[in-house]
Design a protein around this ligand. Structure first.
Ligand code: FMN
Length: 359
């Protein structure tokens, strides 16, 4: 059974939902660890005051008993505490009483760079809110909750995943942008250690680990570029400078470099996996960009809604979760196991089998 993630939820609706299916039975989950990742996602320099309103906490509705997975679908819920201000505007059912609170007025001013214009055209919507609510990166809370579960599974076989922001001038860039009522993007780097050689396969596009990780990270809002290892920089090098030579000593095979970022031919090669992502500047500006009012057809300024100046530190946490989930999927495919012990045992037996010696 493969590990799968389904999510649901709007930015200001009642909650975000993540259903993780295909987990082995017997995996011990730590509620505090999941909540800690949810908090990490909310923190970071340049985020909006919404992050103080919301203190995300995971609730579990199915698939877990006394902290251990049952091998059945795991249902995770993260409530939107801000929903209390949107009960009329985001009511799932036709609301009762006169319009009140946030979201009561239709949005007709699409923001360049957001889902707004393409979303209303595609789905035939009268209110831009019907598009932006699901497109919003609030969705990434569900990804982070599921990623924390994936990290617990990976830890059982010695794999750790960690995301970080690239560049040390973040705070200065945020301060300057905020002063100018502007926004910024940035770059993040996710590293996975302890990954055995052999996750993913060159057999097809769908099975290549590099393609899968790229899709997982590109699937996060505002990510516009993904590279594995030295990625784009490799394009400017010669072959003699670009590849990671193979050596051997008394302990076995080793490499001195890791420009490939731990993946060759769509298969993990035993080196650290390195995935980098570039995030565009956030599209909601306090000094709004030029747009057109969809009601009148007249030029107008785009919607201004409470928004982050930067979310790059949050992206590092979300990308970490997305990479962890995809690696856990690939590990589950390789090692199977309905019960956690079977999964861990298959990994140990495989590690023994690939302990390479000269023929
Ligand atoms: C963690 C995170 C937080 C974000 N916060 C905001 C925000 O406050 N304001 C905003 O306009 N966009 C924000 N975005 C980006 C938008 O959600 C995204 O640009 C938009 O949905 C359009 O999708 P695209 O950029 O993938 O094309 C955020 C993205 C991430 C990953």
């Amino acid at each position: 059974m493969s590990l799968e993630l389904a999510t649901a939820g709007e930015s200001h609706g009642p909650a975000l939902v993540a259903i993780v299916s295909g987990l082995p039975a017997g995996l011990l989950l730590d509620r505090a660890a999941i909540d800690a990742d949810l908090r990490r996602r909310q923190q970071g320099y340049g985020r909006s005051p919404r992050q103080q309103i919301e203190t995300d906490e995971v609730e579990v509705y199915a698939g877990l008993r006394h902290g251990r997975t049952l091998g059945t679908p795991l249902a995770l819920v993260v409530r939107n505490r801000d929903h209390k201000n949107w009960t009329w505007g985001m009511s799932p059912w036709p609301p009762e009483g006169p319009p009140t609170g946030k979201g009561k007025d239709a949005v007709t001013l699409p923001r360049p760079g957001h889902a707004d214009l393409a979303g209303v055209l595609k789905y035939g919507l009268a209110d831009v809110r019907d598009a932006l609510e699901r497109a919003s990166a609030r969705h990434t809370a569900a990804v982070v909750a599921a990623g924390a579960v994936a990290k617990a599974l990976l830890k059982e076989i010695g794999i750790e995943v960690e995301g970080a922001v690239l560049g040390d001038d973040l705070e200065q860039r945020v301060d300057e942008a905020r002063k100018a009522q502007d926004t910024i993007g940035g770059r993040v780097d996710v590293r996975a250690t302890g990954v055995p050689p052999g996750l993913g396969s060159y057999a097809s596009r769908e099975t290549r680990l590099d393609a899968r990780l790229a899709a997982a990270v590109m699937g996060i809002q505002a990510v516009k570029g993904v590279e594995i290892g030295d990625g784009f920089a490799l394009a400017g090098l010669r072959g003699s400078e670009a590849h990671d030579e193979i050596h051997r000593d008394e302990d076995g095979l080793y490499r001195e470099t890791n420009r490939a970022g731990g993946i060759e031919a769509g298969i993990s090669n035993g080196e650290q996996i390195v995935v980098r992502a570039g995030m565009k500047p956030l599209p909601t500006l306090m000094k709004p960009l030029q747009s057109v009012d969809l009601d009148t057809g007249e030029p107008a300024e785009a919607l201004v809604e409470r928004s982050d100046t930067a979310a790059i530190e949050a992206l590092a946490v979300v990308a970490e979760a997305a990479v962890a989930f995809e690696l856990a999927r690939a590990a589950r495919e390789k090692f199977g196991g309905d019960a956690l012990g079977d999964f861990v045992g298959a990994h140990s037996a495989y590690r023994e089998r690939i302990d390479w010696q000269p023929r």
